[in-house]
Design a protein around this ligand. Structure first.
Ligand SMILES: C[S@@+](CC[C@H](N)C(=O)[O-])C[C@H]1O[C@@H](n2cnc3c(N)ncnc32)[C@H](O)[C@@H]1O
Length: 348
């Protein structure tokens, strides 16, 4: 069966269509895959399981322009995954909002400051998509910080190679996680490995290992060496756009608070779960709101939707907007965006 473009008139986002011949038994499947890729601007190829099946395709796919609107339900698969981390509390869902927010600024911000970076999806997206001229991001946890330091300060190739060469078996993983890291790059590798083989990406020492995982791949179910190495190399290729600070968020905010052309994306540890997820989980939220009230530039914060947070925002005269989203377990959750002016958030 040759399925032509006329079967789906004007339904393809990627542009001009052509006729291809494939075995009858594969036709439906090939069409389905093509439709999925087309729907997501090719980004589905950057999803880990998919990307690991087609490592060569990711960079050869034609790019098309898809505008993401905050009002549209967010298809997380359509957001390019750029971080080497799988991060608990990661903000992939926020990316379309981030684009709307930064594109709404009167001119491209001179700096985007991300003081609680974690897996850094916001900083990376802004850097890759040139949503700000320079990105400064900070993280206090020394294991997470080691990864960013190594990736951005000349050791990316070593880390990528180490990941490609490592054979994930129980016999190899246990000693690799237990031995004390002597150098910062060893610590970076250990962090990446821990993040991939411990359940939920939790970095706490001794957190349980992934046992069954997807596709019956057990311990390897989240280990995609080619994808990880490629992401690390891609970040390294544009490292001049980033400055990473291993340090305290409050200090970074203070340092840039008088800069009108800097914008801040603030995603502090908040939930009760934070205690389990991050080693740096306690912060003074009152103090953070007061610090944000003093900054001259624009800012966007994301928090859990709770009455305490709403109250804090109200007291400082900030606007709030609840966002419904589905987490990775497809449970409906309410997240909260906070800023001085959220008129750019479209939708109800
Ligand atoms: C909610 S997570 C950020 C997740 C991130 N937005 C992402 O998408 O991956 C908060 C992060 O802040 C870090 N953190 C906590 N206290 C900090 C502080 N005082 N300074 C800098 N980072 C801090 C935690 O280690 C954690 O990685």
């Amino acid at each position: 069966m040759a399925l032509s473009s006329t079967s789906y008139p004007k339904k393809w986002k990627a542009g001009k269509t052509t006729v291809i011949r494939v075995p009858v038994t594969l036709a439906e499947t090939v069409l389905e895959i093509a439709k999925r890729i087309d729907e997501t601007d090719g980004c589905v190829l950057r999803e880990e399981p998919f990307a690991s099946l087609f490592p060569d395709l990711e960079n050869t796919l034609p790019r098309v322009n898809v505008t993401y609107k905050a009002a549209r339900p967010i298809n997380v698969a359509s957001v390019p995954q750029r971080s080497p981390f799988r991060y608990p509390g990661g903000k992939t869902w926020l990316v379309p909002y981030l684009r709307d927010w930064l594109n709404h600024q009167s001119k491209t911000p001179s700096r985007l400051i991300e003081p609680f970076a974690g897996g850094g999806i916001v900083s990376l997206t802004a850097g890759f998509e040139r949503l700000a001229r320079h990105i400064v991001f900070a993280e206090l946890d020394e294991r997470v910080a080691a990864v960013w330091q190594v990736v951005l300060n000349g050791q990316a190739e070593w880390l990528a190679k180490q990941i490609m060469d490592f054979d994930v078996t129980l016999e190899n993983v246990k000693p690799a996680l237990e031995k004390p890291a002597k150098t910062i790059r060893e610590k970076a590798f250990q962090t990446i490995l821990r993040n991939r083989v411990q359940r939920g990406g939790i970095l706490a020492t001794g957190a349980g290992l992934v046992k069954t995982g997807e596709n019956g791949r057990g311990l390897r179910s989240r280990w995609y060496p080619e994808t990880l190495a490629r992401r690390i190399r891609d970040i390294n290729a544009i490292k001049d756009r980033f400055t990473f600070v291993h340090g305290d968020a409050f200090k970074l905010i203070e340092e840039h608070s008088q800069d009108k052309s800097a914008v801040f994306y603030v995603d502090p540890p908040y939930t009760i779960a934070a205690r389990r997820l991050y080693s740096e989980w306690q912060i003074d939220h009152e103090r953070l709101f007061a610090a944000m009230a003093r900054v001259k530039g624009d800012f966007l914060m994301s928090y859990d939707h709770t009455s305490e947070v709403l109250e804090l925002a109200k007291r400082h005269g900030f606007e709030t907007r609840g966002i419904s989203m589905k987490n990775t377990h497809h449970a409906k959750m309410q997240e909260l965006l906070i800023g001085r002016d959220l008129s750019w958030v479209s939708g109800p």
